[in-house]
Design a protein around this ligand. Structure first.
Ligand code: FMN
Length: 149
């Protein structure tokens, strides 16, 4: 059993829906799941975490959703040591935005890596254009991901 914190970045709810499905499904596999979506790094208590799953969409022109921006700002400005953290990334985007596809998830991936966190597995990039139900892809990916922890 692993304690897993899912950090959600969402504007219109898709990433939240994915996170809630994973909370249920991985929880049923006896992992202890918690979702945080307020974006406040202090509230997430990353210092006390071992495994983080980032589930983040992209908005604007390759920008982060508003709710996760405070966490991104904190990682950039406060530069916490996250070398104790293993993390994975589910990035939601749309290939129509060719230049900025999944930039939100890519940005969070880069911020965690820059703080010394260790990525487990490859980042999943879900294209809303070809996969209208992002939770199916995400669940398949996540079941594999937890075996790598
Ligand atoms: C106004 C707007 C801007 C978007 N910009 C991007 C973008 O720059 N890159 C990208 O990959 N996807 C972009 N998307 C697609 C969203 O990331 C995608 O629809 C995602 O599933 C939304 O998830 P959410 O409901 O959790 O926010 C954009 C969507 C909207 C509505």
């Amino acid at each position: 059993m692993t304690d897993i914190l899912i950090v959600v970045g969402t504007e219109s709810g898709n990433a939240q829906m994915v996170a809630e499905l994973l909370e249920d499904e991985l929880g049923a596999m006896d992992h202890a799941m918690e979702i945080k979506d307020e974006g406040d790094a202090a509230a997430m208590d990353l210092a006390g975490r071992d495994v983080v799953l980032i589930c983040c969409s992209t908005h604007g022109d390759g920008e982060l959703p508003d709710n996760i921006q405070p966490l991104a700002d904190s990682l950039e400005q406060d530069k916490p040591d996250l070398s104790h953290i293993r993390y994975g990334v589910i990035a939601l985007g749309d290939q129509t935005y060719q230049q900025t596809f999944c930039n939100g998830g890519k940005t969070m991936d880069g911020l965690f890596a820059a703080r010394g966190a260790r990525k487990i597995g490859e980042r999943l990039e879900v294209d809303a254009c070809t996969q209208p139900l992002p939770d199916e892809d995400a669940l398949e990916w996540a079941k594999e991901w937890v075996t790598l922890l």
